[in-house]
Design a protein around this ligand. Sequence first.
Ligand SMILES: [Zn+2]
Length: 300
Amino acid sequence: MPLQIVHHPGYDAGFAVNHRFPMSKYPLLMQALEARGLASRDALAMPEPAPASWLKLAHTADYVDQVLACQVPERIEREIGFPVGPRVSLRAQLAAGGTVLAARLALRHGIACNAAGGSHHARRAQGAGFCTFNDVAVASLVLLAEGAARNILIVDLDVHQGDGTADILKDEPRAFTFSMHGERNYPVRKIASDLDVALPDGTGDAAYLDRLGGILPDLSARARWDIVFYNAGVDVHAEDRLGRLSLSDDGLRARDTMVIRHFRRLGMPVCGVIGGGYSTDVPALAARHAILFEVASGLA
Ligand SMILES: [Zn+2]
């Protein structure tokens, strides 16, 4: 069974190539996965847009209605970083539907990845920081509501703190949020996760992996997790435009291997999402995101 990969062409909302958000990384990631032989027909699954009833488990009804109607107040659009027109709205619904689908595939097969997702700055009442809907929070709450999972761990290794996920899940004892991020990165005002680890600027491979390796056993000892969501943001990379850490490609590969192998060995299903990555060299960025899929495929 090949690694199950969730993808939809609508993940790409077609921004201009010089936009601050590198939207073309989504189609380029799929090209990178095809070039690596990972995107065969029996490996790919296509999501439906998440219905409003799912989105409203994580977000206020007002905000969900605003996004679905493309009537998000300008103040919130500014915080998101782009206007929420029809393509952005659909993309957000598809990415959330995609993470729900990937989570279900992970429960069935042990591991699956969404070729989008990790929109962890979207809070309960609004989007922010290039994030419209919080796909991992939506998927967590859908699985809990359906009884498909009773204990959920979120391992968020994007370089930015997972403030939106922490906000949405802070009163949900069945979901444990862990974020390891750059201390001086966005967001300025962080919302406490169940466990936060803040790293100094310039942290490189060895120090990063050492810190992570010390934490993973603590996380898996806390509960028998029914599923682990893994935000594998590549903005920890030295060449990222927004990150302040200094990981190499080898460091990214070692990180993803460490996380996925740890939970797979314990028989805990892993649902990977790609998270952030910002670079003007978008093919290089797409290749960095492809590392998650290479590693996951090797451990599928
Ligand atoms: Zn990020």
